[in-house]
Design a binder for this molecule. Structure first.
Ligand SMILES: Nc1nc2c(ncn2[C@@H]2O[C@H](COP(=O)(O)OP(=O)(O)OP(=O)(O)O)[C@@H](O)[C@H]2O)c(=O)[nH]1
Ligand SMILES: [Mg+2]
Length: 279
């Protein structure tokens, strides 16, 4: 697969490492459609030994059973974890409770000594996982710029979300290389990688393969196309193109357009609540 780790991400990581000294805990945002693919080994150096609260974001796009499985798994590793749909105003309050819970001993000590102290949490994760949406939800204002594509946040910013808590939004950082091609495809499918650097038909074919493994009927019922276990994925994509009028002059299939259509339908939840990973 292509090399997609842009140079500016190294600079971002260095900055995050420097800023992390000021932080008391980390809000590690995972896309609930592929939580394991969102774990970035580079973040170990940023987080160190400090507490992590994993946020299974975009949980509205995933079936409940998967959310519960991943939540139990992350908790079993000794971390905190909350599931979230950050697009609904007020939902992120659970994060404030989670921060207060992981820092409860330090908060109690401060109260004993009657000192006011600001605790700081850094929001980190791969691009497009919803970090800025979470920050906006936490402060109730459009403070952080968001967008449904990778690489929206460029600069760091501290935002007060509670009398005693500030959070910092950070730009998304991808894994510098992939030993696991499947994880790379999950990130491409869910929109963590800029679409401009991807060959969309390649991503669409992999999505078809994954969806058929999960449930053979997802695509047939959504697009009203016929196929079985032995149908080549490209034929399924062509059949969807015909049904949706993705045809160019001369009757040829518009592969790029049908690929984008399928991927966008998945990203927007139009194919149902689907997790791409199993534990
Ligand atoms: N369905 C759904 N969409 C979400 C959720 N959270 C965020 N989004 C959408 O995901 C897209 C990306 O959100 P951002 O908050 O910009 O993501 P980010 O992690 O800050 O991205 P970068 O700054 O590029 O790293 C936006 O279109 C959001 O509306 C969620 O819980 N559910
Ligand atoms: Mg952002």
């Amino acid at each position: 697969m292509i090399n997609w780790f842009p140079g500016h991400m190294n600079k971002t990581l260095k900055q995050m490492q420097a800023d992390s000294r000021l932080c008391d805990c980390f809000l590690y945002v995972l896309d609930a459609r592929c939580p394991l693919s969102c774990i970035n080994p580079e973040f170990v150096r940023v987080v160190g030994e400090k507490p992590i609260i994993f946020i299974l974001n975009k949980s509205d796009l995933v079936e409940k059973a998967s959310i519960e499985q991943f939540k139990s798994y992350l908790i079993s590793l000794g971390h905190s974890c909350v599931a979230l749909n950050a697009t609904i105003s007020g939902n992120a309050k659970v994060i404030i409770s989670a921060i207060k819970n992981v820092l409860r001993d330090r908060i109690a000590k401060n109260q004993e000594r009657n000192v006011n102290f600001i605790f700081r949490a850094m929001v980190l994760g791969i691009p497009n996982s919803g970090k800025s949406t979470i920050v906006n939800n936490l402060c109730g204002k459009g403070r952080a710029v968001t967008g449904n594509r990778a690489g929206v946040t460029r600069n760091k910013q501290w935002v007060k979300v509670d009398p005693f808590i500030e959070v910092m939004d950070t730009p998304g950082v991808l894994l510098p290389n992939f030993d696991d091609e499947d994880k790379a495809y999950n990130l491409a499918i869910t929109g963590a990688v800029k679409d401009e650097v991807l060959y969309m038909p390649d991503i669409a074919l992999r999505l078809i393969s994954k969806l058929n493994t999960i449930n053979m009927h997802i695509l047939s019922s959504k697009y009203n196309v016929d196929y079985d276990e032995s149908t080549p994925y490209i034929d399924i994509l062509n059949a969807i193109a015909k049904k949706r009028g993705c045809i160019i002059k001369g009757g040829e299939i518009d592969l790029e357009r049908v690929s984008k259509l399928l991927i966008m339908d998945f990203r927007n939840g139009k194919l149902g609540k689907i997790c791409l990973e199993r534990l």
